[in-house]
Write a protein that binds this ligand. Structure first.
Ligand SMILES: NC(=O)c1ccc[n+]([C@@H]2O[C@H](COP(=O)([O-])OP(=O)(O)OC[C@H]3O[C@@H](n4cnc5c(N)ncnc54)[C@H](O)[C@@H]3O)[C@@H](O)[C@H]2O)c1
Ligand SMILES: CC(C)[C@H](C(=O)O)[C@@H](O)C(=O)O
Ligand SMILES: [Mg+2]
Length: 366
């Protein structure tokens, strides 16, 4: 297959981790006889520096002419004092909104060889396998009015029934392919938007009688995510709760540098981005863990290109590299055992090559 991938590296560790993901995708293309065209565009702080715009028209046009988008991360101290419209994060929000990428899928799965990297006890972590389904184009991130004066500031949390319906449907559909349970997280004891959210979940569940449904208030959900994370299958929640809970959930696996995500709509087009940010504290030092970006690339193959075998090959290679004891600093601690971003990526590539060799041997014996 021939596919066009827009690569938006962004800021901080964005260029380092997307370079790793592109390298891995190039190996997959070679091994599985695909052609991936990588075309680069600007977003975030570097786009502000070049174009005075965190999401230039050229970038939108590039993404529109692509089959999927691979994104690194945006933001950094250099732009923190900018006015709202000239913040790197505005570019990220704008691209999600422009392409109507309403469903952000954030899988959180324990890696057997990394159980010790979690601050939680092994028996709490080992069975964890959940999918956080975060609504991504509505809620308090986008509601109007949103403004600040010296004396006061306002943000608006608004959801339409339709916006809730489509994300809840997405969660139910995903639960059918998984363990068959949906936990809807809200703050229905206080917020009107959450009351509507809960009503919609109650209506929608009638169409999915095979799925177990529970409602959980966000404060206690945050607690249960740590005390009994294995009890969750699919979590569906609004934009800001999903943002916060997914960073919290990364602690279960051992590092934020492990969590990939897919931001998708209904037609297969998607933007694939690690859950983490631009990590200015480690940028440019070869310390970034590229796993989240590489696993986001695997999600791109699965969800946008329908390449399940290729996606699984990447995931298997990543797991094997961990099993073989290769870690980046965030997982290994600042010790001599830690590998740089490039060394670790090269291990994943070696592993993909090995998989291919052993598969060819198997085929030639068959
Ligand atoms: N999707 C995005 O582009 C995105 C997401 C979150 C934050 N941000 C932006 O990133 C900037 C920094 O935000 P922050 O520090 O709160 O969050 P962050 O996710 O960038 O970093 C949090 C901590 O995790 C570490 N970390 C994150 N990813 C890592 C990786 N792959 N390998 C090793 N360590 C990693 C960092 O070093 C840091 O200590 C801000 O400007 C923020 O707005 C962007
Ligand atoms: C950078 C920021 C706008 C973004 C968000 O809040 O959505 C990030 O935290 C994320 O999780 O993708
Ligand atoms: Mg976040």
């Amino acid at each position: 297959m021939e596919k066009r991938v827009a690569v938006l590296q962004g800021d901080g560790i964005g260029p380092e981790v997307t370079a790793a993901a592109v390298k891995v995708l190039e190996v997959v293309a070679r091994r599985f006889n695909h052609i991936f065209h990588f075309n680069y565009g600007s977003i975030g702080g570097e786009a502000i520096d070049q174009f005075n715009n965190p999401l230039p028209e050229e970038t939108i046009a590039l993404c529109e002419s692509s089959d999927a988008v691979l994104l690194g991360a945006v933001g950094g101290p250099k732009w923190d004092q900018n006015p709202s419209e000239l913040r790197p994060e505005k570019g990220l929000l704008a691209i999600r909104k422009h392409f109507d990428l309403f469903a952000n899928l954030r899988p959180v799965k324990a890696v057997p060889s990394l159980l010790q990297a979690s601050p939680l006890k092994e028996d709490i972590v080992q069975e964890v396998d959940m999918m956080i389904v975060r609504e991504l184009t509505g809620g308090i991130y986008f509601g109007q009015p949103s403004r600040k004066t010296e004396a006061s500031a306002v943000d608006t949390l608004v959801y339409t029934r339709e916006e809730i319906e489509r994300i809840v449907d997405k969660a139910f559909e995903l639960a059918r392919l998984r363990k068959g349970k949906v936990t809807s997280v809200d703050k229905a004891n206080v917020l009107e938007s959450s009351k509507l959210w809960r009503e919609v979940v109650e209506e929608k569940r009638k169409g999915y009688p095979d799925i177990e449904v529970e409602h959980q208030l966000v404060d206690s959900a945050a607690m249960k995510l740590i005390t009994n994370p294995a009890a969750f299958d699919v979590i569906v929640t609004e934009n800001m709760f999903g943002d916060i809970l997914s960073d919290e959930a990364s602690v279960i696996t051992g590092s934020l540098g492990l969590l990939p995500s897919a931001s998708v709509r209904s037609d297969g087009f998607g933007l694939y981005e690690p859950v983490h940010g631009s990590a200015p504290d480690v940028a440019g030092k070869g310390l970034a863990n590229p796993a989240a970006a590489i696993l986001s690339a695997a999600m791109m193959l699965r969800y946008s290109f329908d390449m399940e075998t290729e996606a699984a090959a990447i995931e298997e290679a990543v797991n094997t590299v961990f099993e073989d004891g290769y870690f980046t600093t965030d997982l290994a601690g600042r010790t001599d055992r830690a590998h740089s971003t490039k060394e670790w990526t090269d291990k994943v590539i070696d592993e993909l090559d090995l998989q291919f060799v052993s598969n060819s041997i198997m085929f030639s014996y068959a």
